[in-house]
Design a protein around this ligand. Structure first.
Ligand code: F6P
Ligand code: MG
Length: 444
């Protein structure tokens, strides 16, 4: 087997990994600390003295974490007692076993970026676990909800568009394909709205998500939308004779506006019969500021149901119903919040791998999922996606991602270099997007 390229690391000064650990990560922690301080009376009001003490404990653990990060201290074993604690500690031991003379410590600026960045969010969870009775607190709830509320107009436009498509049976195949492509692109650009890139500052969708699509097309660097269409339309045509179901899985990314774009896409897939069941995979703990967990989905559905605008409340009612009737299914699994690249899934989480094997198409949303798909490694731009997946092939899959980290494969020769000439920051801004597919589809 060929030697794999090294993983990105903050030890490369000038890299986005370095910038993230030096600036963005501390900024995120400081924002959490400040928010907790602003809300300190609420802990007392809800829980009395115990609440105040728990909040103090949480603040001191988070301040300690911030200090360890800023002074490049060695990573410490976790001391809480959650389902994945042993796995994290074994992972740390494994990294220790790899140390050699030139690489002396497992620390924030010396070890793989993917590992240390995930570790920061896991340490926030540890701090919460050790601060009972406020362990259930989602420290990122406020910015996630704010993103949704500030994107109201864009959400209303999307819901109204979706409701307008309800005569979907009358669309011919070309019209259906156009709508499918439109909603896919909305879901792609929805990924611009993640809150960790902006350090937790507002990053909502304020313009109409539909009118901007044409202008954004030149920024799609890899466009495999056709493959997705062929896969789904061919299954739909053959379903009567050959297939009874078509299952599409969304490995979700951010809550707020992006989540709504994904739910709209999922609704369309069912209504158009391009899919018959949809499975969503979310995070079980607060993650990368804006990542979606079960509470975020419930909250969005409740907000929509309660909206004054009919198209929004209808979406809320329908979506709740899909979950009740199990045509939409929500899953979470601790693997999604471990630091592993996805090629390790079949070993580390064989149950999750087996679940994904039941899918006919897995859509991986966002930048972090892409980094994990390709191992966060320093691949050349033209390395084929299939090769970078390094054996991870549970089912046909597609990354739908705006580019925010310095890793990209599957480009045409010279393509990456050319974009870099006009836009040196192209890999860190979320301005460019990809639909990158790996798998088989039947050409009817
Ligand atoms: O901080 C690392 C990173 O992957 C960034 O590149 C990106 O800003 C963020 O995390 C997460 O992005 P997404 O929500 O698209 O996964
Ligand atoms: Mg995210």
């Amino acid at each position: 087997m060929d030697v794999l390229p090294p993983q990105m690391s903050a030890k490369d000064e000038g890299s986005f990994a370095y910038f993230t650990m030096k600036n963005r990560a501390p900024q995120i922690l400081i924002k959490v600390i400040n928010t907790l301080q602003q809300h300190k009376n609420e802990f007392f009001e809800k829980l009395g003295e115990v609440g105040t003490e728990a909040e103090k404990k949480l603040l001191s653990l988070l301040s300690k974490l911030l200090n360890e990060l800023q002074t490049d201290e060695p990573l410490l074993p976790l001391t809480d007692n959650w389902v994945d604690t042993d796995i994290w500690n074994q992972y740390l031991k494994y990294h220790h076993s790899l140390l050699n003379e030139t690489n002396k410590k497992i620390s924030w600026f010396q070890s793989p970026w993917l590992y240390v960045e995930c570790y920061m969010y896991r340490r926030i969870h540890e701090a919460l676990m050790l601060s009972s009775p406020i362990s259930d607190l989602d420290v990122f709830k406020e910015p996630k909800e704010q993103n949704f509320l500030e994107s109201q107009e864009a959400i209303r436009i999307l819901c109204s568009y979706l409701q307008g498509l309800n005569k979907i049976e009358n669309l011919d195949e070309n019209q259906l394909k156009d709508e499918f492509f439109k909603l896919l692109q909305i879901s792609l650009w929805g990924n611009k709205c993640d809150l960790s890139l902006s350090g937790g500052q507002s990053s909502s969708q304020t313009s109409s998500p539909l009118t901007v699509l044409e202008d954004l097309k030149p920024f799609i660097l890899v466009n495999n939308m056709d493959y997705l269409w062929l896969l789904l339309i061919n299954r739909k045509k053959m379903r009567q004779e050959t297939f009874s179901v078509t299952r599409v899985d969304f490995v979700l990314d951010n809550a707020g506006f992006e989540l709504v774009t994904d739910l709209v896409m999922a609704d369309f897939l069912l209504a158009s019969k391009l899919a018959t069941e949809i499975h969503f995979h979310g995070k079980s703990i607060p993650w990368y500021v804006s990542d979606t967990n079960k509470n975020d989905i419930n909250w969005v559905i409740e907000q929509l149901k309660a909206a004054n605008t009919k198209c929004m409340s209808e979406c809320g009612i329908n979506w709740e119903d899909y979950f009740k009737k199990h045509s939409w299914v929500y899953h979470d699994h601790m693997f999604w919040t471990l630091p592993y690249e996805y090629c390790a899934m079949s070993q580390v989480a064989p149950d999750l791998y087996a679940e994904l094997q039941k899918s006919n198409l897995i859509l991986f949303k966002g930048d972090l999922n892409y980094r994990k798909l390709v191992g966060d490694r320093k691949w050349g731009f033209t390395v084929p996606f299939h090769q970078a997946l390094n054996g991870f092939h549970p089912a046909p899959l597609c990354s739908i991602r705006t580019v925010k980290a310095e890793v990209q494969v599957g480009l045409a020769p010279g393509q990456g270099e050319q974009v870099a000439v006009t836009d040196p920051q192209w890999m860190n801004t979320g301005k460019y997007g990809i639909f990158q597919f790996d798998g088989h589809f039947d050409l009817a």
